[in-house]
Design a protein. Structure first.
Length: 393
């Protein structure tokens, strides 16, 4: 009997040890869940899918290395089709499902309706794929933190470059989406022109089109009727309408420069235009894809490892870099981070280099990590840096 009791006790002890081990293992492998509300169908799908790919590639890299304090990272994707009402509905659903933060959401009109939800429910919106001023208030919203440079900075780079190239302010026109996205880009460019002393903004041709359509003809007609023939047109659009506009405008304006903000989707625009993309300018908020930088090299390797068959592009690179900085904030949030701890972790990072050889900065009064803008021009199917001074004959 005594021997059976000892054997039974050993079995109980072994089972208890296994159970405790399983519980510890389960806890150590608990997931930290984040969400992305972005288009994965419809005309803006390449933007949402690109951001998702970049974020998931970095999350996969972190998970393969053991996660964060034993926690794996999970991204839940919701398709809003670039429609504000759907974005609001999906955001509310994710918040109610206790996600820790939203990361990489796409678009200005969608951000406009979801920011109030993030503020109301004290849930972070981080690294949204938009440069609009509504995400960059002064003082900043606690629950809105940006990775990328603003549209104000992108369009200022365009205006500065065009003036350096010898184009006069009155020779600049605009073609923009008729909503808060288009307004953000247009207002940024006109502020830049005003900073150079140009005051007759109302005289500049400004064609518009409706979001979700490719009805570019009325806007194009307005620009073609301008009293001063534009030598440069700043476009604030997704890639589809932008491609249609450029393709048709080139017929009547063969010597005009066409400039786009990063949200256009560089590779998608190039694919749509083909040979007609030659000479089109796009501002970028991440480094060139072939940059000799540790973070960019790691991005290219992550795509090979975790997104087989994917070619590098500026959108997924932005998602990857935004996720890389985000993870530093999650690490700083402690062993078992909650929503507030992650916000505090990010805003407490201060100055940090994630492999770009230039520091990114976040703080209580600075909710935008990067101010960098790279101006690129499509040359022989490649994105090259623009040399403004020698751009025109």
């Amino acid at each position: 009997m005594r021997r059976l009791s000892i054997i039974s006790f050993k079995k109980i002890l072994l089972n208890a040890t296994l159970l405790v081990g399983a519980l510890v293992s389960s806890l150590s492998q608990a997931e930290l869940t984040f969400g992305i509300v972005a288009p994965s169908s419809g005309g803006a799908a390449p933007l949402g899918l690109g951001m998702q790919k970049g974020i998931e590639s970095y999350f996969a890299e972190v998970n393969a290395a053991g996660g964060i304090n034993g926690h794996s990272l999970k991204l839940v994707a919701m398709d809003d089709q670039y429609q504000p009402l759907q974005a609001a509905r999906h955001t509310r659903q994710l918040i109610e499902d206790d996600l820790l933060a939203a990361i990489g959401n796409v678009g200005t009109p969608t951000a406009t309706v979801t920011i109030p939800l993030h503020n109301e429910y004290k849930t972070l919106l981080y690294g949204a794929f938009t440069g609009a001023g509504g995400l960059r208030k002064a003082p900043p919203d606690r629950y809105v933190i940006n990775y990328r440079a603003s549209y104000l900075q992108e369009t200022a780079a365009m205006v500065d470059g065009l003036l350096e190239a010898g184009i006069l302010p009155e020779e600049i026109a605009f073609f923009t989406q008729n909503d808060s996205f288009g307004d953000a880009g247009y207002n940024g460019a006109t502020q830049a022109l005003a900073s150079h002393g140009f005051g007759n903004i109302a005289a500049l041709a400004h064609g518009r089109f409706t979001r979700g359509t490719r009805n570019i003809h009325q806007g194009l007609a307005l620009i073609l009727q301008a009293p001063v023939t534009p030598r440069a047109i700043i476009i604030v659009s997704t890639y589809g309408p932008a491609a249609d506009f450029i393709r048709e405008a080139q017929v009547d304006l063969p010597d005009t420069l066409f400039l786009n903000v990063s949200f256009v989707g560089s590779q998608a625009l190039l694919d749509e235009l083909g040979e007609q993309a030659e000479g089109v300018i796009i501002t970028q908020v991440v480094p060139p894809l072939d940059a000799d930088l540790p973070a960019v090299e790691a991005y290219r390797q992550a795509l090979e490892t975790h997104a087989a068959g994917s070619e590098p592009d500026f959108i997924s690179l932005e998602g990857y870099l935004a996720a890389k900085l985000f993870v530093e904030g999650v690490k700083a949030a402690g062993a078992d981070p909650d929503r507030e701890a992650i916000v505090n972790g990010l805003l407490g990072l201060g100055s940090i280099d994630i492999g770009l050889e230039e520091p990114l900065t976040l703080g209580r009064n600075d909710h935008q990590a990067s101010d960098a803008v790279w101006s690129t021009i499509i040359t022989n199917g490649r994105f090259e840096l623009v040399e403004w001074a020698s751009l025109l004959p």
